[in-house]
Design a protein. Sequence first.
Lengths: 223, 300
Amino acid sequence: MQRRPLAPWLLAVALVAASACTGVPEATPTATPEGQAVRPAATPTPSPTPTPLAAEPAPPFELAADPVHVLDTDNAPILSTEPRGVDETAAEQAAQDATAVLEAFLNAQYTDPATWFSEAPLAALLTDGAQQALGDEERRGLGVLDLDVQRVEPGPASVDPMVTMHGSTPRHVTLTFHAALVGVLTSGAEIAITQAGHAVFVPDGHGWRAQAVDVTLEREEEP
Amino acid sequence: MTAGAARRASALPALARLATSLVVVATALGLLAAGAVAATLHRADVRPPYAHDGLLVVLVIGSDIGMPYRSGDPLRGRADGLHLLAVDTEARAATIVNIPRDTLAGGTKINAHLAFGGPERQVSAVEDYTGIPIDHYALTTFRGIEEMTRILGGVEVEVERRMVDRFSGSNLHPGRQTLDGEQSLAFVRDRNSHPDGDFGRTRTHGLFMRSVHEQVVSRHNDLRDLTYLTAHFARTTVTDIPADQLLPLALLATQIDPADVHQEALSGSFGTTSGGASIVHLQSGDAFERIRRGEVGPPR
């Protein structure tokens, strides 16, 4: 049985609907001095030396901290000796110090354009060993922003600290955090950015720095 | 029928087709709009490597002193569990060798050296017996096993046979099951349910260690969980592993596929000393030699 061809009008409707949903902006032809129309690229070509357009930093991030969980590594229970006890004040201070490092990183990496695309925020956040383990994907995951982001505004951010103690000595501070941001693109469009995950801080002679991290950076935008 | 009516009548199927098509297009537009948010996701999972040249060898010791069964100093008990854990930190493979406690070494049972001189003396005795340099020891007790099992939410093991033993308190049927702290302790202490006695018991220790590893890798791989487990490992063991190396070691452990952990099956014979004490004449084959050569993990 011979199939009837698709009605032309229906095909036209489908094509219009498809083009409305691709999110790729229709490029407007421009005329060259010779009079020939040139269709510019649909997306901007990255510049080798990116320059943020916004000179002023956005308001800083403030991480809302949950109560500190304290883990005691005293093995008195298996040795049947008198428990040493934990210095809760030292644990609280360690949590605050590590949280301050994370907060400074989020601000340097996102809200302050002066420190974008530099190694300084990562060097302040990570131990030397952790920095050596960074590859391209890890750098992207730790907030190397796309070149079309003009400005970033902080949103709600929270942190859940856990401190491992040996008597009065804090050994690790593990921060589980979630930070929401709003990015403004060079096109003026707004995108939702979320940085979240875990970071394990140790005292390494440079204050508290992260020995290990497992974080994600998610960017959501409408076409 | 008039011509107009005829035209109207013939247009009805076409109208129906138009309406249907519009519904399809509208539905497609709706579906496209719902999924029109573009999302990109990047992940930074940075776990620095454990810095160690060559093979890492840890002597895992289970002391027979400690609550709830025996009071006293666990560091001066008898090493009723003795296991060499050899790890190739680059190839990410490991071998566990279970050494029966009654193995004749240095004129006495190998496990007595813990009572004679603590973990360091026990390490020296095993080094002399196997010819394998040992980097660290990790000693735990009955309560340590119970506590670690509790922290893990139970340990899932494959019980090979019916285990019923009044001395250890075991009462387990064959099959895969999750053991609580009390059951775990009975599981690793029971030697009377095994036809090969203490060989079976020490083999069970290795099985328990592999089960714990497998469980940590599959269920507790995120950094917060690992930090939590590392803290409790420190709480339930006495070890000379530096405190700042515990977390890197835990991270290394999660990067070792359980399929790349090999458990050596040693055999031997039972005997007695002139004084009537039971001893084991161990036949280790080339197990120690292979580890000395750096060959760990499943045989190739």
